[in-house]
Design a protein around this ligand. Structure first.
Ligand SMILES: [Zn+2]
Length: 318
């Protein structure tokens, strides 16, 4: 993968695109706080190059407001990538604005390594990914994310296409109570579905290690020139098959998005084989995200976790 060569910031299209494709970070329908609205308004003025207009706002013009109204509405509807209505630091309060965050089948959870009753499947039997050129990594203020149709994950009720993959540092799922350095989420959605419907996520837990590996080289190149909030950097060709060693045994359960709106019914597949990530790569991430971007583990509430099986009980029943 080529290192980033250029950086684009503040693009209107990007703001909308980040939002539309940020599956676990869906901002669609996300009611913005007053502060976020004010920030979004400010962003609009800056984009028009009329910073002073904000100061003169009261004198000037209903005319200006009228002219800006459609654009501002677009930002409010689709969210501005730089306007944060929620933060990871306040994850305990998400349910005040996003009631689904306090439902009883939430993610992430603590996984238990001696989970049994599996069918012996491997993820590699069901995923088919292809390399895609000219990708960008985006900083949407919540996670670092790469969008693209990288291929399909065949589940019992149909094909789920990759929408994007993104990262959390530290990890979100724990194993026997152990929290690792980071976690990658490959987000898929069933063909024909939209919004937060029919999502499946493959999680790869990242273990801090100086030992070189093809996965750590991939991550190092991907994180070489991480963009500022609201921006994107070119990362060239991206091939998820580099994680072939991780597409083997897995934990499976049904949970939720780990970010607001915390919609449930997400099919989770967390690889048992971790991938290495170097201390330098973790540092590069934290140079852009001063705070951790992981949600703490949630109560299992009697849910079943299975070993290397694609479904639990009647998960895919009509
Ligand atoms: Zn995630």
């Amino acid at each position: 993968m080529r290192a980033a060569a250029s950086r684009r910031r503040g693009l209107v299209g990007l703001a909308c695109l980040v939002c539309l494709l940020a599956a676990p970070c869906f901002l669609l329908g996300n009611p913005m706080t007053q502060a976020a609205k004010a920030k979004a308004t400010s962003v609009r003025y800056e984009m028009f190059g009329t910073q002073k207009a904000e100061e003169q706002h009261s004198q000037q013009s209903n005319a200006l407001q009228t002219a800006l109204a459609p654009m501002l509405l677009a930002v409010l509807l689709f969210g501005a990538s730089s306007a944060q209505a929620w933060t990871h630091k306040e994850s305990k309060n998400w349910s005040a604005e996003f009631p689904m965050c306090k439902q009883t089948s939430q993610s992430p959870i603590d996984l238990t390594s001696d989970t049994t009753s599996g069918s012996g499947s491997t993820l590699a039997q069901y995923v088919k990914y292809d390399p895609i050129p000219a990708r960008q990594i985006k900083n949407n203020g919540h996670v670092m994310q790469v969008d693209g149709s990288f291929g399909a994950f065949k589940l019992p009720d149909g094909d789920y296409q990759v929408k994007q993959f993104h990262f959390h540092f530290p990890a979100e799922h724990t194993v026997d109570g152990k929290l690792s350095a980071g976690e990658m989420h490959i987000v898929h959605q069933k063909v024909g579905s939209s919004g937060t419907d029919d999502l499946a996520v493959i999680g790869v837990i990242l273990e801090e290690s100086k030992a070189p590996s093809k996965q750590s080289s991939f991550l190092q190149a991907l994180f070489k020139d991480l963009p500022e909030e609201g921006s994107a950097s070119d990362v060239g060709n991206v091939d998820l098959n580099v994680f072939g060693d991780q597409f083997k045994e897995f934990y499976h359960y049904v949970g939720s998005l780990t970010t607001p709106p915390c919609a449930e019914g997400v099919h989770w597949y967390v690889s048992k084989n971790t991938a290495n990530v170097t201390p330098e790569t973790i540092k590069a991430f934290h140079n852009r995200f001063k705070e951790d971007d992981n949600r703490p583990t949630q109560a299992l509430n009697g849910r079943k976790v299975v070993n290397s099986a694609l479904s639990v009980d009647k998960e895919f029943a009509a």
